[in-house]
Ligand binder design. Structure first.
Ligand SMILES: [Mg+2]
Length: 358
């Protein structure tokens, strides 16, 4: 089997209200889908979750020429070829997001060829559904956030995540967290994501204030390479520390284990190198007593890939689920995507179990 074509297709969704986190605001979401075609008529779908301004060029001009002619079932050979597709060996950034997208698409192809869902290929389906958290609650007025949080709990989610920490918002953030905790009650897990915005002093001071709201975790309070800062937070705060969504490759997570700096780790399949890298990172995490909880905030491709991985790796916990209705998401699934009582059912169709209408 040979790859005959690789190309990117972008789709945009305009947002009714801006999506804001500590690092900025957007009024649109731009998705870059990657289609891998083969000489046997089997097509795979990936999602290039890098800089959307760069991804079409990286896919079509840089990675497609390296992939065409390769066997999509030779994941090892193809992956190395993609990483080394210029005179420099790429280890991170948007090129690695492109490599990840093609890798995921090749798992989709392999599953379709064998007539088996990807979770079977990753070691076997160990569970049919995965507990999810509603990952939204981008910062706005406290009451709006509280109402939204309550609606997710009413839909059955037992965990919700908020994004706060923007400059100058300290007092308002406390009001936001108070309103959300009040709305969801004491038994719902409340995840707080800072999107890398704080320095160590701020992360400590604000972290102590946030502990009043009994967070389930404190996500990326610091820049992603500040392992020792995260380790200090872990020692001085009582809530679990989480990081990892901005790291690449299995080797890139090694400093986390060495620094003993997090309780949960969030590799993103679409960024860190694909499904095999993420599987290895999850195994490494467990051996270092860190709970893997993959990051997942893009299209239905990422959701499907993450579901299959988590079905095969029962040591992973908490699927990140986008309940906003602003992603290209549920409509990609061949079987209707079932979400019940905060649990998401793992697809059973061959490959990833999704489609994309080009
Ligand atoms: Mg995050």
């Amino acid at each position: 089997m040979k790859i005959t074509n690789v190309y990117a297709v972008q789709r945009e969704r305009l947002l009714a209200r801006p999506m804001r986190n500590a690092q900025g605001s957007t009024d649109r979401r731009l998705f870059t889908f990657v289609i891998v075609e083969t000489d046997q008529g089997v097509t795979g779908i990936g999602d290039a979750f890098g800089d959307p301004l760069l991804m079409p060029g990286i896919i079509t001009k840089r990675l497609a020429p390296a992939a065409i002619g390769m066997d999509p079932l030779d994941l090892d050979g193809l992956w190395r070829q993609l990483c080394a597709s210029s005179s420099f060996w790429e280890t991170a950034g948007s090129v690695m997001c492109g490599v990840s997208a093609i890798e995921v698409a090749c798992w989709d192809i392999r599953g379709k060829c064998e007539g088996r869902p990807v979770c079977d290929l990753l070691g076997g389906r160990k569970r049919d559904r995965v507990e999810a958290y509603a990952s939204d609650l981008h910062w706005e007025e406290p009451q709006q956030m509280a109402d939204l949080a309550r609606s997710y709990v009413q839909r059955g989610f037992r965990y919700v995540k908020t994004h706060i920490g923007a400059d100058g918002e300290q007092e308002n953030d406390l009001r936001r967290c108070e309103a959300i905790r009040e709305a969801i009650g004491p038994d719902v897990g409340f995840l707080i994501d800072i999107n890398t915005a704080f320095d160590l002093d701020t992360a400590l001071t604000r972290g102590r204030e946030l502990e009043a709201f009994d967070p389930f975790w404190y996500e990326e309070p610091l820049p992603p390479l500040d392992y020792h800062g995260h380790a200090q937070l872990r020692q001085e705060l009582s809530m679990p520390i989480v990081t990892g969504e901005n790291l690449y490759l299995r080797e890139g997570f090694e400093p986390l284990w060495q620094a003993d700096c997090c309780d949960y780790v969030m590799p993103d399949i679409l960024r860190c190198g694909g499904l095999r890298q993420t599987r290895d990172i999850c195994h490494d995490a467990v051996s270092h007593h860190v709970i893997p909880s993959p990051h997942n905030f893009s299209s239905g491709v990422g959701l499907a890939a993450t579901l299959h991985l988590m079905a095969a790796l029962p040591e992973t916990q908490l699927l990140e689920f986008d309940p906003t209705g602003t992603a290209i998401y549920e409509e990609m699934f061949l079987e209707p995507l079932l979400v019940h009582e905060g649990m998401v059912v793992v697809p059973t169709e061959p490959g990833l179990g999704i489609r994309f209408d080009v």
